[in-house]
Design a protein around this ligand. Structure first.
Ligand code: GRF
Length: 219
């Protein structure tokens, strides 16, 4: 079985990156992280990568005149690793259409809401403000329109009276850390095949997002 080659893009803490590293090291996931790239030099995720001998590249977007030039350099960096999949794991920058088209459909993103609800930022607060009774996490194929590509899988949890934005973020993270390694595992086993219209799972089109069943209490 082929080892799935990944480049992971981050901007911050990298707890999802850590979950993927842990799944690889415990042999639950047949993958290799060829590089971790951050647009923020101080992202803790770069330290996590170095601790596991993974090439950690800081590409500071502030050193580039515009988004196009930055994404062109990002594309060159990624191409040098020839990854099968580009994993957005808390990468907090909008990608240009040219960049996305260069790699489509092999870019995945994890988003802390039940898409199509709450594209963009502040998803937890928006779910609270709307008095939603449930909330969750989505993993989707990245297409040029922000947070709008086909959703592969969603994990859900209920919103309780005592929840606040921070507690929802913790619940979301618990799910995310199980969901990303699982989806990558499906890809490595070719159970999941990506395309920009409709991914295939076990050769069947994913017409509605698969529902992730948490193996531990996500609350
Ligand atoms: C996650 O909540 C993810 O859904 C969002 O950014 C956050 C990244 O967290 N896209 P971390 O850096 O992986 O800890």
């Amino acid at each position: 079985m082929k080892t799935l080659s990944l480049v992971v893009l981050i901007s911050g803490s990298g707890s999802n990156l850590q979950a993927i590293i842990d799944a690889i090291e415990s042999k639950q996931l047949n993958a290799q992280i060829s590089a971790v790239i951050s647009n923020r030099p101080d992202a803790y995720g770069l330290t996590r990568a170095r601790q596991h001998d993974i090439p950690a590249i800081s590409l500071d977007h502030k050193h580039y005149q515009n988004r196009e030039l930055f994404d062109q350099q990002l594309q060159l960096e990624i191409e040098s690793f020839k990854p099968d999949i580009i994993v957005l794991a808390g990468y907090m920058r909008i990608l240009t259409t040219a960049f996305i088209n260069a790699f489509s459909p092999t870019i995945l993103n994890i988003h802390p809401s039940l898409l199509p609800k709450y594209q963009g930022l502040n998803t937890h607060q928006r779910a609270l403000d709307n008095n939603d009774s449930e909330h969750g996490v989505s993993i989707h194929v990245v297409t040029p329109e922000l947070d709008s590509g086909p959703v592969i899988v969603q994990g859900k949890f209920s919103i309780e009276k005592e929840d606040n934005s921070e507690s929802l973020q913790q619940k979301a993270h618990k799910l995310e850390h199980q969901m990303y390694p699982l989806v990558l595992n499906w890809l490595s086993k070719q159970r999941l095949k990506l395309n920009s219209d409709m991914p295939l799972f076990d050769e069947k089109p994913v017409l509605t997002p698969l529902l992730f069943e948490a193996t531990v209490d996500a609350g």
